[in-house]
Every structure is written in structure tokens, then in C-alpha cells.
Design a protein around this ligand. Structure first.
Ligand code: AMP
Length: 593
């Protein structure tokens, strides 16, 4: 069916006046210094995310409002008020202090969406400790790589995850001084070399004044993947809270009294910035579902929890679409006011599906680990062009640029003024949540900037009305179910299998996950390609990398295409897989040119 190119907003969409109404005037007059005034702040110009998100509400009129509501299939819902969250995070911060862990130390969390994870993130920020939540579906290899790169001093995890993924690798993480365990069985854990978190919390004080961190003190370290080498630790600072607040207002349209649900896991940047921090800043109640995706359950939660603002992802929407519209029958969502999505391209059918099935269109928005917060968005007051990511938010200047020949190391670019031309998406540096470096990799960080422009690594186009359209990534990084996966990390683990001589990993288009991880391997001479070996390599990858990162398909090739300098040509593997033109192969080894 041909659909109109624009979805106009209706009175139903706009039954509450949106926070951003006059786009042009707001953008023109916007100042981050003014946005900063919405923060409470601490004496001496200090700024602490946990103070803004929790403590300021705990001592004000919202103290008894539910901050976080945890639901699970086999357990009663758990509501934690702002006042209680302040006490719990104080206990956590005090427990860390008693262990001699303090400002600038690094803490990692490996857990599902349990209350302790939220307490640990906010409690760490409260005492100035730098925090990294890790995705609980990671295998031991990605966990150890990140803890070592980040020189983690403390790891908070559950006793089950510890036994399954950490214990055997503990000696390979020499910086870890303390492992704090959440008991899955309810009784204190007895794993040697670990401490029981509940016991430490019980002994700690529930009064702890937030450490007066400076706005540019490190707050969170988020790992992201590149095309080559180990993952990159993107450094974020406490000042990011200004962007989280502003975008919670403009892009998520949070209003007093909202009931909000972000479906992203805190192991990824969206789940931290918008699953923990932004809603708390606005004093709204956030739902946390501890279960994995289940279409029927999600509709029930949207309805019964009276969710008013929902932030989700294209893969989840496509899974709901696949589950069929019949599942929605019998449900109604009168409280639902605004739906947004992020992380991958949102296809126009998905935008329309929201309108047809849930009664509201889905608002795509764009950002990435490095930007720390939403940069480009479809916002509630404006008509939607399905397929577009929207327009830059107030305080954000975006452009499409083309690369010029560089003199030396630093990239040089030129802004493409003409609408409708593909180029790299760039953002003028200077918004508060911008990453401040890649940990221990200044050279890589500098390569992200051409003068004042931060280069995102995404290809996009701008139309005549200033809407941005995603075109693709400029690199080989894979986006699978919204998760960024570095091919190099997967290839390195495949190469550790005794039979594998070479490995090349690509993202293969998938109708639900966006892309799926597909590996091509060639074998050492003594091995022959058969199904048993394929399954064995697959099992090896799953065990080391975890289900979220391991390849879903492995194919054998006699040799892998390489450049004459020896690099595997993933681009060519992908073109061949998809039956696309092979493009420029002049650098291909043996090409004879
Ligand atoms: P991450 O750093 O893991 O959050 O991944 C960021 C990347 O996800 C971006 O650089 C894009 O390639 C992709 N991405 C995020 N949001 C969108 C979107 N709305 N449309 C298309 N791609 C997106």
C-alpha cells in the first residue's frame, strides 16, 4: 500500500502540550549555559549526576514518588521511591568508601536488570567512582577485555554470573581488587575472594553526601566497538547530565507525572543515559522489566503499567510486528502519549505500524555512545517523515561533510551545503555530553575531529527542510539487534580456535535484527570443513564471546580476500555474500595491478 510521505500530528498525539513547540526560535535562542540553570548543582560549581537524579528529589516534594518500579514474572513488583533510592545509593557509596574505593576509581557491573545494578550505578556516581555497566549476555572474553582496558578496581555481579563468566578468568584481570556479589539464592554468598554486597550495604550508613565532582570529572566509561583493534572506552563526564536533562525534555517529552519505560538494557549506553539517568532527572517513574522480550507481556505491561512515554528500539518493534497484530486485540493504551525509538534505522513500515496498531506513530531519533545523548530527533509537536531520524535538537548543530585530502594526521572536511547529497554526518563540538576522549587512545580520539566538527562515522543526508536521513555506516562495524559489534573482537576469538587459519566477520542484513553476525573462516591444512567442525567453532565463539556477540552463521572459504598489505577485505566478503558489485578491488592481493 502506498503511504503518504508525511504523518501529520493529530489532537490525540498532542493532548498534552509538547515541551518543544517553536523549533526555530528555541534552536536560535538556545544556550547550554542556560540549560545548566535547570540543575541544582553543588557548592563551589560542582555537579554530580547522582545528586541531580536522586538526592535533589529525595529531599523535595517528590521524595515519596516511585522512582524505579521493577517487575518480573515470578516476583511481586518492587517500587523504590526517590527517598529510598537516595538511602540505598548512600549505603552503596559508603560501602565503597569503607573499602577504600573513591573518586576516580573504576567500577564495573555485570548483571541483568536487577535493582542492585541501578543502585550501584547511581551509588558509584555519588561517590565520584567511574562506572561501567557491562551487558550480562557478554561472554568472559569481552568482559575481561573491558575490565582490563578500563583498569577496573571493583566488579559488582551476581553469584551465578560470577561462577559462569568471571571466576575462571579472575587472574587475567589483575586490576580487580574487590568483587562484590549479589546473592541469587538470598543467603550470603561464599565464593572465596569475593564480598557479599548485601552484608556490606547493611553495615554501611544510609547518609552519604554526594562527592562534589567537577563538571568535567569522569563519570561513566562506555565501551564501543570500532572496525579494528580492541573496544574503545568512551570517557563521559558529570556535565553530561545537562544534555540528559535537556533531551529528556525535548526528545522524550517527559512531563511531571509520566510513567516511562525504556526497554534498553543498561549494558548499552541507551539503557544508562535514558534507562536510568534522564527519567530520574525529571522525577518521573520508570518501569524496569527484568524479563526478556515477550510480545504479549510487553503489550500487557504497556497497558497495565499505564506507560505514557515509551522509548524502544527498531529490533523490538520489528519483533512485535512479526508477532502479529492479533496479540494487541483486547489491549488498549489510553495512557500512552509518546513513542520514540533509537539505535538502528527505523523503517517507514515500523513508524506506520505504531500508528496503526498502538494509535501513535513512532519517533525515530539518533545518537551514539560518543555523543552521550540524543542529538537528532523527531519530536512530538512536528509531523513525521517516516524513514527520517528527525532534526538536530536545540543546542546541536549538525552538518553533512565530505572529506578533503588531509595534510598530516588530522582529517579535513568541507560542509556540503546542498540538500540531498550523501556525506558523513558531523556535529559541531561543544555540547555537554560529548565524550572527552577514548581511554588511553588520544590519537584515535583526535581522528574523530576535523577542526570544530566531530565526525560520527555515519553516512547521512539532509533534506531541504533540515530533516536527516540515515544512509549507512562509514566503517565495518556491525549493528545487530541494536548492539554495536566490532568485527575484530569476533575475528580474534575465532582465530583462537585450533582449526582456524583466518577469519573475516561481516554484518549480514536480517529482517528482524537489522544485521546478524556472519563469519567466514579458512582452515589450517590438517582440518577439513564439515558440519561437526562448524558447530565446534560456533560453540567456541559462543562460550568465549557470549550469545549477543558470537556469529550466528559460519561459512568456510579456502582463503579469505586480503589487501596486498594483508588486511582482510570485509567489504568484499559482504559484497559477495549479498551478490552485489565488488567495487574497487585494485588493492586485492593477487589482483595483478
Ligand atoms: P551505539 O554507539 O552503540 O549507540 O551505536 C551508535 C550507532 O548506531 C550510530 O553511529 C548509528 O550507526 C546507529 N544508529 C543509532 N541511532 C540510529 C538511527 N536512529 N538510525 C540509524 N542508525 C542509528
Amino acid at each position: 500500500m502506498d503511504r503518504p510521505a508525511v504523518i501529520p500530528k493529530t489532537a490525540h498525539d498532542l493532548r498534552l502540550a509538547p515541551n518543544l513547540v517553536n523549533y526555530d526560535a528555541t534552536c536560535r535562542d538556545y544556550s547550554w549555559a542556560e540549560a545548566r540553570q535547570a540543575m541544582d548543582g553543588l557548592p563551589g560549581g560542582a555537579l554530580n549526576i547522582a545528586h541531580e537524579a536522586v538526592d535533589r528529589h529525595a529531599s523535595g516534594p517528590l521524595r515519596d514518588r516511585t522512582a524505579l518500579r521493577f517487575v518480573a514474572r515470578d516476583a511481586a513488583a518492587l517500587d523504590i521511591s526517590f527517598a529510598e533510592l537516595a538511602r540505598l545509593t548512600s549505603r552503596f557509596a559508603d560501602a565503597l568508601s569503607r573499602l577504600g574505593v573513591g573518586k576516580g576509581d573504576r567500577l564495573f557491573i555485570l548483571a541483568g536488570r536487577i535493582p542492585e545494578l541501578y543502585v550501584a550505578v547511581l551509588g558509584s556516581l555519588k561517590c565520584g567512582v567511574v562506572v561501567t555497566p557491562l551487558f550480562s549476555a557478554f561472554g568472559p572474553e569481552p568482559i575481561a577485555t573491558r575490565v582490563n582496558l578500563g583498569e577496573g578496581k571493583v566488579l559488582v555481579t551476581t553469584d551465578t554470573l560470577y561462577r559462569r563468566k568471571v571466576k575462571a578468568w579472575r587472574e587475567r584481570m589483575p586490576s580487580l581488587r574487590h568483587v562484590l556479589l549479589v546473592s541469587d539464592e538470598g543467603s550470603p554468598t561464599s565464593e572465596p575472594g569475593t564480598l557479599d554486597l548485601a552484608s556490606l550495604m547493611a553495615e554501611a550508613s544510609d547518609q552519604f553526601a554526594a562527592v562534589p565532582t567537577a563538571p568535567d570529572d569522569m563519570s561513566l566509561l562506555h565501551f564501543t566497538s570500532g572496525t579494528t583493534g580492541t573496544p574503545k572506552g568512551a570517557i563521559h563526564v558529570h556535565e553530561a547530565v545537562v544534555t540528559h536533562h535537556a533531551t529528556g525534555r525535548f526528545a522524550l517529552d517527559l512531563h511531571d507525572g509520566d510513567r516511562y519505560w525504556c526497554t534498553a538494557d543498561p549494558g548499552w549506553v541507551t539503557g544508562t543515559s535514558y534507562g536510568i539517568i534522564a527519567p530520574l532527572l525529571h522525577g518521573v517513574t520508570s518501569l524496569v522489566d527484568r524479563e526478556e522480550f515477550d510480545a504479549q507481556r510487553w503489550y500487557t505491561l504497556l497497558e497495565q503499567e499505564r506507560i505514557s512515554v515509551w522509548y524502544t528500539a527498531p529490533t523490538a518493534i520489528r519483533m512485535l510486528m512479526k508477532a502479529g497484530a492479533e496479540l494487541v486485540r483486547g489491549h488498549s493504551f489510553p495512557a500512552l502519549r509518546f513513542i520514540a525509538s533509537v539505535g538502528e534505522p527505523l523503517n517507514p513500515e515500523a513508524v506506520w505500524w505504531g500508528k496503526d496498531v498502538l494509535g501513535l506513530p513512532i519517533h525515530d531519533n539518533w545518537w551514539q555512545t560518543e555523543t552521550g545523548g540524543i542529538m537528532i530527533a523527531n519530536t512530538p509537536a512536528f509531523d513525521i517523515r517516516p524513514g527520517s531520524m528527525g532534526r538536530p535538537l536545540p543546542g546541536i548543530e549538525a552538518a553533512i561533510v565530505e572529506h578533503l585530502e588531509a595534510e598530516g594526521e588530522a582529517p579535513r572536511v568541507r560542509v556540503i551545503e546542498t540538500a540531498g547529497v550523501d556525506g558523513e554526518l558531523a556535529l559541531r563540538a561543544g555540547w555537554p555530553s560529548m565524550f572527552r576522549g577514548y581511554l588511553n587512545n588520544e590519537a584515535r580520539y583526535r581522528k574523530c575531529f576535523a577542526g570544530q566538527w566531530y565526525l560520527t562515522g555515519d553516512l547521512a543526508r539532509r533534506d531541504e527542510d533540515g530533516y536527516y536521513w540515515f544512509v549507512g555506516r562509514a566503517d565495518d562495524v556491525i549493528k545487530s539487534a541494536g548492539h554495536l559489534i566490532g568485527p575484530f573482537e569476533v575475528e580474534s576469538v575465532l582465530m583462537e580456535h585450533p582449526a582456524v587459519a583466518e577469519a573475516g566477520v561481516i554484518g549480514k542484513p536480517d529482517p528482524i535484527m537489522g544485521e546478524m553476525v556472519k563469519a567466514f573462516v579458512s582452515l589450517k591444512g590438517a582440518y577439513s570443513a564439515d558440519e561437526t567442525l562448524r558447530l565446534d567453532i560456533m560453540a567456541h565463539a559462543r562460550k568465549r564471546l557470549g550469545a549477543a556477540v558470537a556469529p550466528k552463521e559460519i561459512a568456510f572459504l579456502a582463503t579469505l580476500p586480503r589487501t596486498r598489505s594483508g588486511k582482510i577485505m570485509r567489504r568484499l566478503l559482504k559484497a559477495r555474500e549479498l551478490g552485489l558489485p565488488e567495487g574497487d578491488t585494485s588493492t586485492l592481493e593477487g589482483s595483478g595491478q
